[in-house]
Design a protein around this ligand. Structure first.
Ligand code: MG
Length: 264
C-alpha cells in the first residue's frame, strides 16, 4: 500500500536495530508468502473476495495481522486491483477474475508489531492468456523495481531510487502517477521517507544501513492522470487503460541491499 502524504514537518527516518530487523524479516516473509499464495489463486472464475479471505486466513494462521485491514478505514485484508485499476481495489463478492486480466495484489503483514509490505501484478490464465501490451507493461514495471533495488546502496540517496524507476518506465513510453509513492516501513506501515517513483539522482535523504523502505513502482499505459472511484478507494488509470504495480520491502545494509520480501 502506498504512503499517504503526511503533513509532518521535516523527515524522520527511523533506523532499525538488529532486533527490530529480525522481527521485520519474519513479517516480510509472511507478507511474501501470502502474496505468493494469493497469486496462485489468480485464475478465471475466482472472485477477489475469495482471494481476500484466503490472504486473511493465511496471515492469521502465522500469528500475524493483515496490515491494511482497517488502515485509514480500508475494508479488505489486501488491495486487489484489476486491469485499469492501479491500486487500492477493494475485494468484492461479485468481482470475478476473467482470462486475460492482469491482477495487482498488494499485501502487508504485521507480526509482533512490525510490518512487511509487497505487491505484484499477476496474469489471469497465465501469460499466454494476456495481450502482448499487458505483458510488456507488467515486465517493465517489474524491471523498474529491480533497477531501483540496485540503487539501494548505503550513501546513495532516495532520488537515485526514484530516478531509476522513472528512467525505466518513461523510457519504455509509459506514464507515472505522481500522487502515489513508496515509503519507509517498520513499526508503522507508512514511515518516512517518501520514496517517489520519479525524481532526480543525488537528491533527497541519504540511504543509511538500518533503513527499511517499501519501494513500489506503479505504471499507467496512457496517462499519468488517475481517478478515484466512487468507493473512495479504487484508483484507476485516467483513460481506462492498463496499469501495473510491484513492491518490495528493502533493508539498506553496509553492503548489498536485502530484499526482505523476496522468497529464497
Ligand atoms: Mg507500500
Amino acid at each position: 500500500m502506498y504512503g499517504f502524504p503526511r503533513r509532518s514537518s521535516g523527515t524522520k527516518i527511523i533506523i532499525k536495530t538488529p532486533r527490530e530487523i529480525t522481527i521485520m524479516r519474519k513479517s516480510a516473509e509472511i507478507s511474501a508468502l501470502a502474496l505468493k499464495h494469493a497469486g496462485e489463486m489468480v485464475k478465471p472464475g475466482v472472485t477477489t473476495w475469495e482471494i481476500n479471505r484466503a490472504i486473511g486466513e493465511f496471515i492469521k494462521n502465522r500469528g500475524a495481522k493483515a496490515s491494511f485491514r482497517g488502515l485509514y478505514g480500508f475494508p479488505g485484508n489486501a488491495c486487489i486491483s484489476i486491469n485499469d485499476e492501479l491500486i487500492h481495489g477493494i475485494p468484492a463478492r461479485k468481482r470475478t477474475l476473467c482470462k486475460g486480466d492482469i491482477v495487482s495484489i498488494d499485501v502487508g503483514a504485521n507480526k509482533d508489531g512490525y510490518h512487511g509490505d509487497n505487491a505484484m501484478t499477476f496474469y489471469c490464465g497465465g501469460e499466454e492468456a494476456c495481450s502482448k501490451e499487458a505483458i510488456k507493461l507488467v515486465r517493465t514495471c517489474e524491471q523498474s523495481l529491480q533497477n531501483a533495488i540496485v540503487q539501494c546502496v548505503s550513501g546513495n540517496r532516495v532520488g537515485d531510487i526514484s530516478n531509476a524507476i522513472q528512467q525505466t518506465l518513461e523510457g519504455a513510453g509509459y506514464f507515472i502517477p505522481e500522487d502515489y509513492f513508496g515509503h519507509g516501513v517498520g513499526r508503522d506501515l507508512h514511515e518516512d521517507p517518501n520514496v517517489s517513483n520519479f525524481g532526480k539522482p543525488g537528491r533527497g535523504p541519504r540511504l543509511t544501513p538500518g533503513m527499511t523502505i517499501a519501494i513500489e513502482p506503479m505504471v499507467c499505459e496512457s496517462t499519468k492522470k488517475t481517478k478515484v472511484m466512487r468507493d473512495k478507494w479504487t484508483v484507476v488509470e485516467g483513460n481506462g487503460n492498463l496499469t501495473a504495480h510491484f513492491e518490495h520491502t528493502i533493508l539498506i545494509t553496509k553492503d548489498e541491499p536485502l530484499v526482505m520480501t523476496k522468497l529464497v
